[in-house]
Write a protein that binds this ligand. Structure first.
Ligand SMILES: Nc1nc2c(ncn2[C@@H]2O[C@H](COP(=O)(O)O[C@H]3[C@@H](O)[C@H](n4cnc5c(=O)[nH]c(N)nc54)O[C@@H]3COP(=O)(O)O)[C@@H](O)[C@H]2O)c(=O)[nH]1
Length: 825
């Protein structure tokens, strides 16, 4: 695996590219040089061995030659032939002494042809003994004599202990002495082993560990002839089996020469050369310890290693310095990068070091500047965005919790605040009150004058509500024209009543919007905690119920919640449920009340009135279930049924030949604006083969005013069909006469509340008279309702009222009971 740091990579690269080749090359050269040196040393050793071999050979040859020359001298011949006389010759004596002194031989012996030792310089025990039969017949001397006698050649015997010389190791050069070609005896010179020592021990050029080892074969042993460096007393005492001797000596004794690095007798590695010395019949090994002989090689190796090591060290140091100079700027750059990423944006890279690194540092600084600029810009944008988001969040939060029109808390926020106020109230004391406020007839204003006006009205209502309560109280808009107020710190119902009264007063005052002056009023329901409930849901529901009660009791008032209201609400709920069943089970029927034509004096029309015969509760009056049906939408299917049933009855009367010209049916507000009304009415008329003038539709003023635009459009469509239209309960609503002028009606029904008080009540009389006059002026007929007395009938007659309806002429009856009524007239 490649090491991670640049320094290591540099060192590795340097090692692979520079150091390794140098090492390999140096090793190769060193090896070659060592080989050459080794070869030279070995060759040197061989040269030395050859020289030593030559020295010994020459030395012995010279000695043999000397001995031969001596043996041919007259002195020697004379001594053998006439020993006693010759020996008395001082000249001969001196001649031999000189020879001995010059040569350094141990002894000189003369042997006659019979083998008698006739002369000896040292006169040892061998003198006068016979070498053929005497005590020394087995010695080297005896062997040498025998050989000289037989071969007539001068020769050297082997070195063996010689008893007459106290067993000193000695060899003999024996030369035959001839007289006229006849063997007359032999000359023997005794060489002690020490004589060869100067030649053998000459270790010139062999250093401190060099030596010359000589051994001769003695049967199956090698007998070492010289003292050895590692075995000082070895000469002629140290022997080893041939199979066990050191390889070079083994080779030399077997007659082979050679050289090389091998092991010596002591098992030490040596540089050696080995030869066989024929003159002595010895093996010779010239050797030097390899450690010394190859010391220059080893020294060179050590020196090379040291030089290489030095070069390597210097290379590594230089590489490290170089790497450091390269890496230092990078490290500084890395450090700066870390500090910048840790937030120290002031840090910049120092533009130092090699050119490339300076450029890198410069580029890095430029990049850092740009990054910081970018970061600052980004942070500024993020801050701005965060602010925007916070504002948007705050706005969203505000929108989620406030009503956009009035800026009051909305329903969601209200429940939250009510929950908080409740828990505070439950923890710390005084109760609280919840006021449910609904603006009376707001829908009329909204529909009549448009949403802009309606919105302005609601904004003013919100402002007035806020003015009526403390800052700690909560005013919220639930939606539409419904508001809610939470009054905290309420100890008694009166306190809540006072605030409700104040609100009622403020909201009943005229509203000035655009150039209009509008009148409205609040219906307020109040629930108190803990008396009316301890939960948000209960308090809101009870305040709503109380408000509903206030509405049903004539509006523009406030009511405290009481349990009975719940009972009424419960009853209303029951009606709602029962109504659904009633529709399915056909519990409804119609009754008809006749309308008298004053001029003709006969019944010309009848008003259809709905009756609900509940299976358990009996007859339920329309006043109780029509508003519920209206609120729940059930009035639509119910109204359709009424229309269908009235048309069916009208057709029946027609078929029966009754004089009834038309049937009048009450239309609710929802029916009037229903998309299906026109189609439904058309289909009914067609189905029952009735002409449109057979049907009259009654609407109240408030019905027409609820959604004036669409109501007017629908009325016009009905009128276009040819259906007669009339305004019911005229005088009780809030419509203006100017609005009436736009309605395509043919009749209006004077409300029975006016009829009831005539002729005695002057105001009622005036209203009746004015209404009838006005209607007639506009070409509209007038139907008087609730006519119960002839006085009322007469008065109305005097005002030229067109049609009269009331108990005086007949109560509402089922159709099957009508025949008698009709015939009465
Ligand atoms: N949308 C619909 N409304 C309907 C329908 N049927 C009835 N109604 C409306 O219910 C209200 C109550 O009606 P009802 O109890 O039937 O009372 C009517 C008459 O019984 C009563 N009346 C008639 N003559 C007299 C009288 O001499 N004295 C007296 N005290 N009461 C009298 O008046 C009611 C008829 O009123 P009006 O409709 O205004 O002509 C009532 O408002 C009905 O309109 C229906 O099918 N649909």
């Amino acid at each position: 695996m490649i090491p991670g740091s640049i320094t290591m990579r540099l060192l590795l690269g340097l090692g692979l590219l520079v150091v390794l080749p140098i090492l390999l090359l140096t090793s190769y050269m060193l090896h070659a040089y060592e080989q050459a040196m080794e070869h030279a040393v070995v060759q040197g050793m061989a040269t030395m061995a050859d020289q030593k071999h030559r020295e010994i050979d020459t030395y012995l040859r010279e000695r043999l030659h000397e001995t031969q020359l001596l043996s041919q001298s007259a002195q020697v011949r004379g001594t053998i032939e006439d020993t006693p006389q010759t020996l008395q010759d001082h000249e001969v004596q001196s001649f031999l002494d000189t020879f001995m002194q010059q040569t350094g031989y141990y002894d000189l012996l003369l042997i006659n042809a019979q083998g008698d030792v006739v002369f000896s310089i040292l006169e040892e025990d061998d003198l006068n003994t016979n070498l053929l039969h005497g005590p020394y017949q087995d010695t080297a001397l005896a062997q040498g004599f025998q050989r000289a006698r037989q071969l007539l050649t001068t020769d050297l015997t082997g070195f063996y202990p010689y008893p007459p010389s106290a067993d000193a190791v000695a060899a003999f050069m024996v030369s035959p002495v001839l007289h006229d070609g006849r063997f007359i005896g032999a000359l023997a010179v005794q060489l002690n082993l020490s004589l060869l020592e100067p030649v053998i021990n000459d270790r010139t050029g062999l250093g401190s560990t060099g030596e010359i080892v000589m051994a001769q074969q003695a049967q199956d042993h090698a007998l070492y002839m010289v003292n050895l460096r590692h075995i000082p007393e070895a000469a002629y005492t140290y022997r080893r089996e041939l199979s066990d001797i050191a390889p070079p000596m083994g080779a030399a004794l077997s007659g082979q020469g050679g050289q090389g690095i091998t092991l010596d007798y002591a098992g030490i590695s040596v540089v050696a050369a080995w030869r066989y010395v024929p003159a002595l019949r010895w093996g010779m090994v010239v050797k030097m310890d390899a450690a010394e002989a190859l010391a220059p090689v080893h020294q060179l190796r050590r020196l090379t290693a040291m030089v290489l090591g030095g070069i390597l060290l210097i290379t590594v140091l230089l590489a490290a310095v170089f790497a450091h100079s390269l890496i230092q700027p990078m490290r500084r750059l890395t450090r700066v990068t870390s500090e910048i990423s840790a937030g120290n944006h002031q840090q910049r890279a120092v533009e130092q070091g090699p050119r490339e690194l300076r450029h890198l540092a410069r580029a890095f600084n430029q990049m850092t500047d740009q990054l910081i600029q970018f970061q600052n810009a980004l942070e500024a944008r993020v801050t701005a965005r965060t602010l925007d988001l916070e504002h948007a969040n705050a706005r969203l939060h505000h929108l989620a919790h406030h009503d956009t029109l009035t800026n009051l808390p909305n329903r969601y926020s209200l429940t939250d605040r009510l929950a908080q106020a409740l828990s505070l109230s439950q923890r710390e004391g005084p109760g609280l009150a919840v006021l449910f406020i609904d603006m009376d007839h707001f829908k009329n204003i909204n529909d009549t004058l448009g949403h802009q006006v309606g919105d302005q009205l609601l904004i003013q209502v919100a402002e007035r509500l806020r003015d009526c309560v403390r800052d700690s109280d909560v005013v919220a808009r639930l939606g539409g024209d419904e508001f809610m107020v939470i009054l905290t710190q309420i100890n008694t119902p009166d306190q809540a009543g006072m605030v409700a009264h104040k609100i009622q007063g403020r909201l009943s005052k005229p509203f000035r919007i655009m150039d209009l002056v509008l009148h409205s009023s609040p219906s307020i329901g109040i629930s108190l905690s803990p008396h009316d409930g301890t939960s948000v849901e209960a308090l809101m529901k009870h305040a709503d119920t109380a408000m509903y009660q206030a509405k049903s009791e004539g509006r523009n008032t406030f009511r405290f919640f009481c349990a009975e209201m719940n009972t009424a609400a419960q009853a209303r709920m029951e009606i709602e449920n029962d109504l659904r069943q009633a529709l399915e089970q056909q519990q409804f029927h119609l009754v008809y009340q006749p309308q008298m034509d004053r001029q003709q004096g006969c019944f010309v029309s009848a008003e259809a009135l709905l009756r609900w015969e509940h299976p358990q509760k009996g007859l339920i009056p329309p006043d109780r279930f029509i508003p519920v049906a209206e609120e729940t939408g059930l009035i639509l299917p119910l109204g359709e049924w009424v229309l269908a049933e009235a048309c069916r009855q009208m057709r029946l009367w027609q078929q029966q030949g009754q004089r009834i010209e038309r049937v009048a049916v009450n239309l609710s507000a929802r029916q009037l604006v229903s998309d299906t009304l026109i189609g439904h009415v058309s289909r009914l008329l067609e189905y029952h083969h009735l002409t449109p003038d057979r049907l009259e539709l009654e609407i109240t003023e408030s019905t027409a005013m609820r959604e004036p635009t669409s109501s007017l459009r629908q009325l016009q469509s009905l009128r276009d069909l040819g259906i007669r239209l009339s305004i019911d309960d005229f005088g009780t609503g809030h419509s203006s006469l100017s609005y009436l002028k736009h309605l395509p009606v043919q009749a209006l029904k004077l409300d029975k509340s006016f009829v009831r008080d005539i002729p005695d009540n002057r105001n009622s009389r005036a209203i009746c008279a004015a209404t009838i006059t006005l209607a007639h002026t506009m070409g509209i007929q007038v139907v008087a309702e609730g006519v119960e007395t002839t006085a009322q009938a007469d008065f109305l007659g005097s005002l030229q009222c067109d049609l009269l309806q009331g108990y005086l002429y007949g109560r509402p009856l089922p159709a099957d009971q009508w025949a008698a009524t009709l015939t009465q007239v």
